[in-house]
Design a protein around this ligand. Sequence first.
Ligand SMILES: NC(=O)c1ccc[n+]([C@@H]2O[C@H](COP(=O)([O-])OP(=O)(O)OC[C@H]3O[C@@H](n4cnc5c(N)ncnc54)[C@H](O)[C@@H]3O)[C@@H](O)[C@H]2O)c1
Ligand SMILES: [Zn+2]
Length: 362
Amino acid sequence: MPQIRVDVRSAGGDYPILIGGGVADRAAQQLDEWRVGPRRFVVSNPVVWRIHGERMAAALPGADVILIPDGERHKHLASVARIYDALVRAGADRGSVIVAVGGGVIGDMAGFAAATFLRGIGLVQVPTTLLAQVDASVGGKVGVNLPAGKNLVGAFYPPRLVLTDPVFLQTLPRREYRAGLYEVIKYGVACSADLFARLDREAERLTDPASAVIESLVADCCRIKAAIVSADEREAGGRRVLNFGHTAGHAIEALTGYRRFRHGEAVAWGMLVASEVAGSRGLISDDESRALKALVMRLGPLPLVADLPADRVLDLMKRDKKVVDGSLHFVLPAAIGTSRVVDDVTDVELRAALVSVGFGQN
Ligand SMILES: NC(=O)c1ccc[n+]([C@@H]2O[C@H](COP(=O)([O-])OP(=O)(O)OC[C@H]3O[C@@H](n4cnc5c(N)ncnc54)[C@H](O)[C@@H]3O)[C@@H](O)[C@H]2O)c1
Ligand SMILES: [Zn+2]
């Protein structure tokens, strides 16, 4: 079966992303071919394993399976400790490898366990959500949450191999799938006019996870992210553009206790806010701003924001961890497909943009 290969450069070792329908079914052969660990430990969760466990167990015969409860609230150090315990009990050693089968939560957490167990064992990502396929599995960021905030403990730890199989997406809840599509739009607006044009052309087909176009769409996103993280693994510069929509997005998620919005949905609102700021500065034309908004809206309804006061969102944005040296780094689209990181966006501009896209006046 044809498969697409995207290579990622990393100080810790380059690695390929193999993309294609059925790639996960050939996991054992792929790991053998890439000489990844003779002893294999799958880390997944009961939701993913109920649906895909039989298939993945057949794809990785002899692997131990470690299941961690599902959900972002389990992405913490206690779950990582459970993974260590299971590894120790099974006698894992330096030659062992963790195969993370799940969404971004499993990938981040299992990845952090792999980065730290015995000071680092092999890691293979098998991302099963759209968000994990186009974003979380690429670039080597792994980590967990602390009670004080999201992703506060972590590492840059490249996987040895990423197996990206679009077949997983067919069992994803529709809302999870749509939430991932907003991150896809992010790549288009911030990094690639071609991708944006393609999304605009194919929006209706893209909302069907079984569509034949999904595989190449995922590949397009992986290529974009791979190029960016290969040039700036540790987010000293270029990688920051991937935070487009995320400054306001994170604030919106935090303000609603991470309950009302899926991450991608909050990012969608954040992109609208950023494009409003860019529009008022004349960085992006009214037509482009309208095109972005129209594409976001075509994917389906977003949770509403009218009851969320603009001032509260603004306060939380200023507390975001991307505030460096007292200035807020903010990614603005500068024409569709290019973006600019600025640190001089004022409260007045942000407030006006928030209100203009629909947040509460007070
Ligand atoms: N490391 C990075 O660079 C990076 C980038 C972006 C996001 N993240 C992290 O990713 C996490 C979010 O990831 P997510 O959106 O994938 O959420 P998730 O991992 O919670 O998955 C969403 C839900 O879908 C279920 N699921 C997964 N695959 C499925 C499938 N094929 N069929 C049916 N159900 C399935 C999961 O069990 C879960 O209930 C966050 O913790 C975020 O911090 C990391
Ligand atoms: Zn994101």
